[in-house]
Design a protein around this ligand. Structure first.
Ligand SMILES: *Cc1c(COP(=O)(O)O)cnc(C)c1O
Length: 382
């Protein structure tokens, strides 16, 4: 059997939505985008939602909105996708990496506090795999040190922190609708915030800095005249993506239930297995289960993570690794970053891989993955 790492969950509803947009003749940003923003903001309890073409764009615009300057520092966990840090580099500012907690793979708040300097301007907590970070502690530190909190919520739609859905806790929250994410439109992203002025600024910046609602210039109500009030970007989304997003949003909780069911199946099958270290979700939060981390107890095994990954691949099970700590990459090494001071990130990286977990995963596929993992481990015990 071949089990893919991910399979998008696209039904007639998504297809109909896109066809409707095509028939309406709106190919780029238009009425469906507005509709998607409203529905999304409502779902995550955010007064403002700004649709863009990626989470990376949302993070970039968020840092523009808070006025990040060259020479500023932004705290970013080591163990994330490079997008969380690269956006800081766009400003000539410096991402300052923070070690993670070994149990949850979330940014360690105590270590975050140690890294705050007079230059620190913002923090980008990453809700790893869909588990929310320690937001109360992060917000308190941010208030104390006047930092902006830009949540990287690429994994966490939907996820809950102390009963509160992710999307309205930090100053700005950035979501991803990339093909493999929990709401997928191919490419896409959203920035949510309570600050209307920041939302307006992000709306202007996402379309070349052209004054607000310029897309209306193609409607009867619009005019050919517009102004450019900022140096902006081409970060707008399209109504085709928004149509996909609207259809996906209607099933977002059902898709989450599916991933949760798979996570429970894995948890039950792997419980007590001596070659594994269970991944922990803190009791006051609910994960979106974008990822299912499998953590090897290397001390019990004669093989390492890479060998387990190879053996799974040989059996047709596609896996991935989330994430290679950023200081491993040559660009970061060239710029003075190293593993020194990040023992927990190294520990996690050496023993973790991600198993397939996606809505529509068939029971026999789940069973097959479980069987493959257990038989590989059990043939490699010391
Ligand atoms: C996928 C991802 C991003 C980037 O999302 P895009 O929509 O592809 O720009 C950012 N951060 C994390 C943690 C991600 O996994």
């Amino acid at each position: 059997m071949e089990v893919p790492f991910h399979r998008p969950y696209i039904t007639e509803e998504e297809i109909e939505g896109v066809i409707e947009s095509l028939r309406a003749g709106w190919l780029t940003m238009g009425p469906k985008t507005i509709q998607f923003e409203r529905a999304f903001g409502e779902y995550v309890g955010a007064p403002q939602a700004v649709a863009v073409n990626s989470c990376t764009a949302a993070l970039h615009l968020a840092l523009r909105a808070i006025g990040l300057q060259p020479g500023d520092e932004v705290l970013v966990p080591t163990t994330t996708f490079v997008a969380s840090a690269e956006v800081v580099g766009y400003f000539g500012a410096r991402p300052v990496l923070v070690d993670i907690e070994p149990e949850t793979h979330l940014m360690d708040v105590r270590k975050m506090e140690e890294k705050i300097t007079p230059r620190t301007r913002a923090v980008i907590p990453v809700h790893y795999g869909g588990q929310p970070c320690d937001m109360d502690e992060i917000m308190a530190l941010a208030e104390q040190h006047r930092l902006a909190v830009i949540e990287d919520a690429a994994h966490s739609l939907p996820a809950w922190y102390k009963g509160r859905i992710i999307g309205n806790i930090g100053h700005i929250t950035a979501f991803s609708f990339y093909a493999t994410k929990t709401l997928a439109t191919g490419e896409g992203g959203m920035a949510t915030t309570a600050r209307e002025d920041w939302a307006d600024q992000m709306r202007v910046l996402r379309l070349h800095g052209i004054s607000k609602d310029a897309w209306k210039r193609y409607t009867a109500a619009g005019s050919w005249r517009y102004d450019v009030i900022e140096n902006g970007y081409k970060y707008n989304t399209t109504d085709l993506n928004a149509a996909l997003g609207l259809a996906q949003l209607r099933k977002v909780e059902w898709m989450w239930q599916e991933r949760k069911r798979i996570a429970r199946r894995y948890d039950a099958a792997f419980a007590g297995e001596k070659g594994l270290i269970p991944y922990q979700v803190k009791s006051d939060r609910v994960s979106a289960w974008h990822l299912y981390p499998l953590r090897l107890r290397l001390e019990a095994l004669t093989i390492d993570r890479d060998a387990v990954a190879e053996a799974l691949k040989a059996r047709g099970v596609s896996i991935s690794v989330h994430f290679i700590p950023l200081y491993h990459f040559s660009y970061y090494r060239r710029n003075g970053y190293s593993a020194e001071g990040y023992p927990q990130s190294e520990w996690v990286f050496e023993r973790t891989l991600s198993l397939p977990i996606f809505p529509g995963m068939r029971d026999e596929e789940i069973d097959y993955v479980i069987e493959a993992v257990l038989s590989i481990l059990r043939s490699a015990y010391r």
